[in-house]
Write a protein that binds this ligand. Structure first.
Ligand code: LIP
Length: 274
């Protein structure tokens, strides 16, 4: 019900604020850091501590709910996404930014029910930006309504792209081809270093589209609700409906722009599914 969703959103905002405090506190300090799949895939003690804190807060309030958390999965738990209410958590999206004191870093909390995203909160504590969205209830930044640019001409559009953390030569070669084609056909490209920050920026009309291959459900589940509630479109890069476990996403200010970008991309990289 709407009242239930309102309650979930309110709780998610409170939990994200508490988590953001911890991120802010740690931001300018020395970090204790480890690598995950390779030397470019980072995790800090703060990512792990914040994820535990977030999960514990939700467990207290909603003991039957399930969780998918970036660092829990990194710790060896397979991503299991069921119809149960599931909190999808990235304690720090933009971990590399966090490590290098680049302010585009955020806490992401999404809620799915029957595998439909219903609530999304993205809190960027260094930038002081709290983005929120709930199904059918609009998207907001710091309480103000936001909406996409509605740009529908690729030649006038700014596109966010990410290098990502894969260092496999074949993946990098394909990404460079995509980069060249996108740069060729648009007004420009940008990289914020965080999937969620790219998406909330498209949601508020700061730039027009974003495409990435190699990310995970926790990087784009929460921000996806915000983008859609702001009037944007989110699809699989090859054109069909978005698939949260496929590790790829294309977002745009409008459906025509999403379609144009999808058909412009020379090849759609297949990633190993989550
Ligand atoms: C990051 C994503 C980003 C991607 C990075 C990384 P993390 O998430 O937000 O889009 O390019 O490789 O996956 O690891 O900072 O939560």
């Amino acid at each position: 019900s709407t009242a239930e969703i309102q309650d979930y959103l309110k709780t998610a905002i409170e939990v994200a604020k508490e988590a953001g405090e911890v991120v802010r506190e740690a931001f300018y300090k020395e970090k204790s850091l480890q690598t995950k799949s390779n030397y470019a895939d980072l995790v800090t003690e703060t990512d792990q501590a914040v994820e535990k804190q977030i999960i514990n807060s939700f467990k207290e309030k909603y003991p039957t709910h399930k969780f998918i958390g970036e660092e829990t999965v990194a710790g060896g738990h397979k991503t299991e996404w069921t119809d149960d209410p599931t909190w999808i958590i990235d304690p720090i999206d933009g971990t590399t930014n966090f490590v290098h004191q680049i302010p585009h870093t955020c806490v992401c909390i999404g809620l799915s029910i029957k595998k439909q995203m219903v609530v999304g909160v993205v809190y960027a504590p260094i930038l002081n930006e709290m983005y929120t969205g709930a199904k059918g209830q609009g998207a907001f930044c710091n309480g103000e309504r936001i909406s996409t640019s509605q740009q529908n001409d690729l030649k006038q559009a700014i596109i966010y792209l990410e290098g990502g953390s894969s260092r496999e030569p074949d993946v990098l070669r394909r990404k460079c081809n995509i980069y060249q084609k996108v740069l060729q056909t648009t007004r420009g490209t940008r990289t914020l270093g965080s999937a969620a920050m790219n998406m909330v920026n498209v949601a508020k009309g700061s730039g027009d589209a974003y495409v990435e291959y190699g990310l995970h459900i926790w990087d784009f589940a929460a921000s996806g609700v915000i983008l859609i509630e702001a009037g944007g479109s989110m699809i699989d890069p090859s054109g069909g409906p978005v698939d949260f476990l496929s590790r790829r996403v294309l977002c745009a200010s409008s459906q025509p722009l999403a379609d144009q970008l999808s058909t412009t991309i020379p090849e759609h990289i297949e990633m190993e599914r989550d």
